[in-house]
Design a protein around this ligand. Sequence first.
Ligand code: NAI
Ligand code: MG
Length: 792
Amino acid sequence: MGVIKDILRTMDYGPSPESTEHVGVWLEEHKSGFGHFINGAFTKPGDLFDVFNPARGERIARVSQGSAKDIDAAVAAARKAQPKWAALSGFERSKHIYALARHVQKRERFLSVLETIDNGKPIRESRDIDIPLVARHFYHHAGWASLIESELPGTKPVGVCGQIIPWNFPLLMLAWKIAPALAAGNTIVLKPAEFTPLTALAFAAICVETGLPPGVVNIVTGDGATGAALVAHAGVDKIAFTGSTEVGRAIRKATAGTGKKLSLELGGKSPFIVFEDADLDSAVEGVVDAIWFNQGQVCCAGSRLLVAEGAADALYAKLRARMANLTIGDPLDKSTDVGAIVAPVQLERIRRLMRQGEEEGLEFFRANDSLPDRGCFYPPTLVTGVDPASVLAREEIFGPVLVATTFRTPDEAVALANNTRYGLAASVWTENVNRALEVAARIKAGVVWINSTNMFDAAAGFGGYRESGFGREGGREGLSEYRIADEPKGKPNSSRPLRLNASPGVGPARNVVDEGPDRTAKLYVGGKQARPDSGYSYAVLDPAGREVGLAGLGNRKDIRNAVEAAAKASSWGAATAHNRAQVLYYVAENLAARADEFTRRLSAMTGASARAAKAEVDASIRRAFVYAGYADKFDGAVHATRSRFVTLAMNEPWGVMGILCPDEAPLLAFVSLVMPAIAMGNCVVAVPSASYPLSATDFYSVLDTSDVPAGVVNIVTGEANVLAKTLAEHDGVDAVWYVGDIEGAAQVEALSAGNLKATWTSAATTDWAKAEGREFLRRATQVKNIWTPYGE
Ligand code: NAI
Ligand code: MG
């Protein structure tokens, strides 16, 4: 420690380490290794692996590598505990979750120190951000437990949830997963990340202390293999995952066709946009929080700085000066700003990407290259003049590296911001409120912070667009991930191959080359009737095998054309909800005007009695009216988050949706699926019932006469699972709804992994008379949370 005179001159902080005494005692007690937490007790330590403090490169504990057998035991315990846990009153569950919150709060100091030792993050962050947010999350969800029956009527718990979390916010990610699952009546098997399992084990001890019933929360430690065993386990009803996009994709494929519910919170490359009129000093502090918080190991890190050309030099100069004031070093020191990278492999990953950047000739700025002589450290780095095509502008670095690019116009800023396969978050800096909100609306991301960054709260949803995953965590949005519809399951739909050659007496080949004006229903693409690319039609047969008409045999080319037409019609999503409502009313009216014709068509195709057919048409008309009514009423929310923020939760359309309709109720199912999708502003490529497509193809003339803009609804007939394949694979499709057979549902889910589009599949019979309501609208939208500050 220097002389007071010297200290006053340099104004440096002296060392101020946090005490590790209690954590040290606890680790010493478990020196022989930690077991798993299964059915309310710790198992004997099994195959052990080392856990490190990355700031010192020292082993601090040994934990068990979970095997498939351990996962089995944990799932069995969770399964056994689930009905009793769900049967507790909301009030009882509430008290349990409240107790967890209280105990976390009581142990804030212990948990902060343990988190910092295990992860390498500065104690200031674990103490002031991570652990308080953990407590906040449990408190918030304690409330939900007693409200869930009344707030989410018609739903029930999913069952047993498998939860896999990463190492960047170990206990906070645990809270984000466990709190809503418990509130919603589920039981849990959670696997923490292999680099940072210790706070999860400390949390297990808290579950014992608070008297949480055995089996409600189970924690199995281990690496990716343990995670994969959890994903594959047949006794798990839902998987919630946070981590890399690569593993997210693997999980999407592994769960395809299993009926497991899935939510994925994946990577990002989030833009941090600074306009010329921004308050640059605040923006600089924003950058520090965006990319140097947690050493940049943040899925929503503002890692791409996009700055208006006119402000760039001034901002860079301020940033460089600020970087010189960042203190890098011992994470346990209360004055440390930048701590350690979580593990040597992550450090090597950052270095590898930076070498690639160097090969591209990029220039790096580092204010301070003197790093601690041991441990995993990487200095805060600014890279300017980065081409959007550069590897550093595209890849998630997950380190303290900011890459900067300039823009000239707001349009260019939005284009650059959206020029990524991710869509997790964005930060927008300008003093112009109109511009801020306009840009926020145009950015494709699940969270947008205006003049702020990295704001989190349990009451607001968090989650991504595009390849950043799907599903939300936090608030009401997150809760519905842990509930399912409380209704009897239908019988499995059996596969029904197209009866292409079944017409008697006409010879085997009923796939006929389409030869001009005839009874063949055309496809409907971009507001025009179109011949199928194949040139083929197929015979539509009634139940007695008589031909009632011909339908076009669509192929992948037709689907691609339809997707293109749908993408071009995207201004539909920007139309006012009132306008969309008017158009939908018009559709309903025009359908009503032609009710007799549709009734006859249905009867002829399906063999339904005139009465039954009329009932289906009437129900379809009513349904179209309902969604016309909903168009301007399924609105968003203002979340009660932090003071001096308005957090707007906006329901936004996916964009382009693929919709595959079942054979059941061929008109009503088509209307029930297409109407909510377009009511919310999506443009759709609809594949009607393959066996009974004609009431849907007749529908084009209703669309034509109802002012539905060209491309908003496109209709392609043909073999459902063939067309579903192209839709599920297509990167221009943002979501797919599939109702059909189990093979088809599995195919859609597996192929959706490409761009991680959202899917909603059913392979069971549905009571289409009842298939209506908010769930359809919820599934037709994704929520964007916009954080808007107020006050000077
Ligand atoms: P990761 O995705 O492999 O790890 C996340 C979790 O998934 C860990 O618990 C891990 O054990 C588990 N896991 C790994 N393979 C699995 C599998 N096949 N099945 C089930 N679970 C599996 O991420 P990793 O390798 O630690 O980090 C690599 C990169 O991923 C980072 O550099 C960063 O870009 C990104 N990442 C993103 C995170 C986010 O918050 N979105 C968090 C962690 C990493
Ligand atoms: Mg560690």
